[in-house]
Ligand binder design. Structure first.
Ligand code: GLU
Ligand code: ZN
Length: 491
């Protein structure tokens, strides 16, 4: 059922490179919002000045746009709850923290890190719960004054209820957290800086978020946030507690949790290899969700039509590069030829191209492109597949040369050259027949006979269909390359 009241948020901290887990979270929120005709809010959680960077922020925006994800409220889009950068909302948090203190929902805690650690260790040794023990919950004014006179500063700590907290996770079903497991927690640092634990739910409340969809790693914050929400509702700051859904972990190599530091977790890696945005989007949407039992390639429109958070699987998802590539390859096939030739553009220019820019020939490119389109897995593969057209002499690849050039290859090439010289160079079929006939004279099947021809003409043992490639390269250039190979063989 569509629900236009849905308001979801994507709220990254601008640190490091955009990674697969982060983008999957953005995507699921976006697909859920679009499926429901609801609102996607993009908020920047930049309250950690030491780790946040403007470069990360710009990369994030750029990555989301590249993937085709948009937002209705947030940076550059504006909206009724602006600003959408937490660093610009500090007054709001200070105000809420004061109200929480005044209402008795939170209190000042003067314990030093060393004291906390000592008590934690003692509790552990005694087999007791090791979270904050509530020592400062009921300090008198005199005790506070004494701590102050001692030069101690206080953090603000939220008072958790003593009852268990139960909620129904949209992905995992009903979950209960006992009070022992969720002790009172800090919401404002001693220096006055508000923490994630405060600013994230406060902004969700002020921005009227209805569904919090985020990674499983944040599951332990949810009981705290639900308790905080209750206080915010009583204070008239929040309307309703949102629904929560925790997206499964993404596992990488060796069934280890994909960490944002793993190189294969970086979105840029896929972009630079020439994944199509729609191919990568398709694959990322399968990390914890499935389109249908018998279809895993689909368009963005189909994704939006079908996506529902209720269908997300709680089990860890496995990042499968082979599958990602296969899906991308499918999306490459789906492009119309013109879109394909344009999409390859960046890989036909410096720094990817290994030929001088002025050698590039648009007509030759357009002629070869349809053959490439049915074979590429990622767009960056195009460079090596077409460089024979734009290099003055084919690449010198020793491995290819030794693999193809066997004893007798010179004799074969000589015969092939004669027959090719008489062939019809407007017909790949005619070129093929020439090589086939040459092979027959030397007792070689087509596959064996064409290998030295391919290496002579393109420099490589594998590539696009050879005879179509030769037609596009043209008679003069192809024959002179065979001559050059013969000269090298007989030198
Ligand atoms: N800024 C937090 C993060 O990137 C957001 C967590 C959340 O979605 O609540 O981890
Ligand atoms: Zn304390």
């Amino acid at each position: 059922m569509a629900n236009a009241n849905v308001r979801v948020r994507f709220c990254p901290s601008p640190t490091g490179n955009p990674h697969v887990g982060l983008v999957r979270t953005a995507l699921f929120n976006w697909a859920f919002a679009r499926h429901n005709g609801g609102t996607m809010v993009f908020r920047i959680e930049d309250t950690d000045a030491a780790r946040d960077s403007e470069e990360s922020y710009n990369q994030l925006l750029d990555s989301l746009r590249w993937l085709g994800l948009d937002w209705d409220e947030g940076p550059e889009a504006g909206g009724p709850h602006a600003p959408y950068r937490q660093s610009q909302r500090m007054d709001l948090y200070r105000d809420v923290a004061e109200k929480l203190l005044a209402g008795g929902y939170a209190y000042h805690c003067y314990c030093t890190p060393l004291e906390l650690e000592a008590r934690r260790d003692a509790a552990r040794a005694a087999g007791k719960p090791s979270g904050y023990d509530g020592k400062c919950r009921e300090l008198s004014a005199e005790q506070k004054a004494a701590y102050g006179a001692d030069g101690r500063t206080a953090i603000v700590r939220f008072r958790m209820p003593d009852e268990p907290i139960t909620f129904t996770d949209l992905v995992r079903g009903e979950l209960t957290f006992t009070a022992d497991n969720v002790p009172d927690y800090g919401i404002v640092r001693a220096n006055g800086a508000p923490l994630y634990t405060l600013v994230n739910p406060v902004d969700d409340a002020l921005m009227e978020i209805t569904h919090v969809l985020r990674g499983e790693d944040l599951l332990s914050s949810t009981p705290r946030q639900i308790a905080l929400y209750k206080a915010l509702i009583e204070l008239g700051i929040a309307k309703d507690t949102p629904a929560f859904g925790h997206l499964p972990y993404v596992m990488g190599e060796g069934n280890k949790k994909l960490s944002k530091r793993d190189p294969e977790a970086s979105l840029n890696v896929y972009r630079e290899r020439g994944f199509l945005p729609e191919g990568l989007l398709n694959y990322l949407s399968l990390l914890g969700w499935s389109f249908s039992a018998d279809q895993d390639v689909f368009s963005v429109a189909e994704l939006i039509e079908k996506f529902d958070i209720a269908d997300v699987n709680a089990n860890p998802a496995r990042f499968d590069l082979k599958k990602a590539e296969a899906i991308n390859a499918d999306h490459i096939r789906r492009l119309d030829v013109k879109a394909f030739t344009e999409a390859c553009g960046p890989w036909l220019r410096a720094p990817h191209a290994n030929w001088p820019a002025e050698n590039f020939d648009q007509a030759a490119w357009e002629a070869i492109a349809p053959y490439a389109q049915t074979r590429l897995t990622v767009l960056s593969d195009i460079t090596a597949n077409v460089d024979f057209l734009f290099l003055d002499t084919p690449v010198e690849d020793e491995a290819s040369w030794t693999k193809a050039m066997k004893e007798g290859s010179d004799a074969l090439l000589r015969t092939a050259r004669e027959k090719l010289a008489d062939a019809d160079w407007t017909s790949p079929e005619s070129l093929k027949n020439a090589v086939l006939a040459a092979g027959e004279e030397h007792g070689l099947k087509l596959g064996k006979a064409q290998a030295p021809v391919r290496v002579a003409v393109t420099g490589r043992t594998v590539g696009l269909p050879l005879f179509e490639s030769m037609e596009i390269l043209g008679r003069e250039r192809a024959l002179s390359r065979i001559d050059a190979a013969l000269a090298k063989l007989t030198a």
